[in-house]
Structure formats: C-alpha cells, structure tokens
Design a protein around this ligand. Structure first.
Ligand code: GUN
Length: 292
C-alpha cells in the first residue's frame, strides 16, 4: 500500500504557484487576489476558510476574508457578491457553504460571475465541465484529479465507484472520471443513500471515492484487493485522549482498509490540502483570465 500524499503534493503545487507569482510581479503583472465570504460562526467553516486564506498569503497572493454575521439578509449578501463581481482588485472568490437557512444558497451561487467562480459551483462552470469545455472545476474533485495524475494512477477502462452525490464532490467527480481524458475514461457508478447492495458495488471498484460524510463507513469487506481508495470525508470525533479533545477521521476505516488497497489517501493529509491547492490553481487561472 502506498499513501497518496496530498500534503506533500499540495506543498509542491503551492511552491510552483509562489514561483509563478514572483515571475508575474517581476513582469509588472497583477498579483492574484482571492476573496472568501464567510457567513456566521460555524467552527469547521471558519477553519477551512482560514486555511484557504493563509495558504494564499504564504504563496504571495493577495487575499481578503469578508466575514458577516449569520443575521445578514439574502439581499445584503447578494450585494456583497455583486461588489466582488465588479471589483478590479479581486480575481476570484468563494462563498463558503453552508449558508444560514434563511439564505437561498442557490441564488447566491448563481449570482457569482462565472469568470470569478473559482469554486466552480456556478451552473455555467458545471455545464462546461460536463461538456469538457474550459471551466473552473470544483476544487475538491480537481484536487483529487491532480493527486491521481501525480501518482500516475491508471484510470482508463477502470471501474470507478463514487459514494455520495453532492453538488460539491460526488456529482462532479462522477462526471470527471467518465470524461474522455486523463484522469478519466472510467466506467463510473455513482452510489448514494438509496443504492441497493452498496457493499457488492463497492467491491467491484478499481477506484473507490468515498464522499458521503459518514465517519469510517467504508470497511475492509467493501474494498477489492489492490483498489485505489480516495477518502473525501473529514469528521471530528470526540477523543478524550487527544489534547484538543477530538480526532479527525475520514469516510474510510483507514486502519483496516489500508492493508488491502494499492493506494489510499490519509485523513488528514490527503484530499483536504489538495482542495486548497486546487483552489489556488483556479485563482491563477482567474488572474490570467484563461477561462475566457
Ligand atoms: N463547503 C465545503 N466545501 C466547500 C468548498 O469547497 N467550497 C465552499 N465554498 N464551501 C464549501
């Protein structure tokens, strides 16, 4: 078994981006600028957004974190999105999800300019992704593709099983793995909460992507020998033996599955850091406006 080391690859990508930014600055070109909107005080969202902004700073990017109380109205938030769409400074931005219940997230995402939508959530970007046209690809699936590429994982003709059909991960991942591209050209099964015989289906997977948000759901008995296992989940479980009182676990029972597969992503240090690296790559595309 070999680890798919997302921490290491993300550091390599962030160094490449830092080098590119220096070259841009020396050539008198604009410094890329990412902005993030965070609404409310959800602990996990705060952690994610802070690490996104921190990674940008480290690579020499400009970044802005716009924080709003959870009482912000939908129209006020829409106005903030419009301002960022018009901003000459900001090249790309994200609105961290989930949003408070009184705000229609769909409406907010649809208001983001597709040219600045570095999360790849806007329907224009989703549509272009499906058609294999230039677009921003959602950061988590994009990060997974980068990881598969780095480790030269063969994907053509393989059976890829994705568990979870979220707009952010499962759905785009299933489309990307079936595209006529590398990584891609897989036969894809998209499994979800209503899927029957899930264990049997998972057992057929050459590449198994677990993105259902249930800690340690994927057991050894569900994994084929020498499969490639991608664990997208990250859940805090209370653990009194830890200094901070919790431990992070993925959707895969890592301890028992690891010995059975050919490659596996650890949690933490697998998909998580790759999401940030992919977001930064999208920001570089946004400043270069190559998406146009
Ligand atoms: N919430 C969970 N993952 C993400 C992500 O990749 N982007 C945004 N905007 N919100 C999220």
């Amino acid at each position: 078994m070999q680890l798919l080391d997302g921490k290491l690859l993300s550091q390599k990508i962030q160094q490449q981006i830092a080098d590119e930014i220096i070259l841009r600055k020396n050539a008198g070109k604009k410094t890329p600028h990412l902005a993030a909107i965070l609404v409310g005080d959800d602990g996990a969202s705060q952690t994610y957004v802070n690490s996104k902004v921190k990674s940008c700073d480290k690579a020499g990017m400009e970044s802005s974190l716009l924080k709003f109380e959870s009482s912000i109205s939908e129209s006020e938030l829409l106005n903030e999105v419009y301002k960022l769409n018009e901003s000459k400074e900001v090249d790309g931005f994200i609105v961290q999800l989930p949003l408070p219940k009184h705000i229609n997230a769909e409406k907010i995402v649809n208001a983001i300019s597709p040219l600045k939508d570095i999360d790849g959530f806007h329907p224009v970007n989703v549509g272009n992704m499906v058609k294999n046209l230039p677009c921003f690809v959602s950061a988590t699936p994009y990060g997974i593709l980068l990881l598969l590429e780095e480790y030269k994982i063969q994907t053509e003709g393989k059976h890829c099983v994705v568990i979870g059909r979220s707009d952010i991960v499962g759905k785009p991942m299933s489309i990307l793995m079936s595209r006529n591209a590398y990584p891609g050209n897989c036969t894809v099964t998209l499994a979800h909460s209503k899927t029957k015989n899930l264990s049997e289906i998972c057992l057929q997977a050459d590449i198994l992507v677990a993105a259902l948000g249930k800690p340690e759901f994927v057991k050894k008995e569900m994994v084929k020998s020498d499969a490639v296992v991608i664990d997208v989940g990250i859940t805090r479980l209370n653990d009194a033996s830890k200094k901070n009182g919790f431990r992070l676990v993925g959707d895969v029972d890592f301890e028992n599955v690891a010995g059975k597969c050919s490659y596996i992503t650890p949690v933490p240090g697998g998909v998580g850091p790759m999401t940030i690296a992919a977001l930064m790559k999208n920001t570089m595309r946004a400043v270069e406006q190559s998406i146009k």
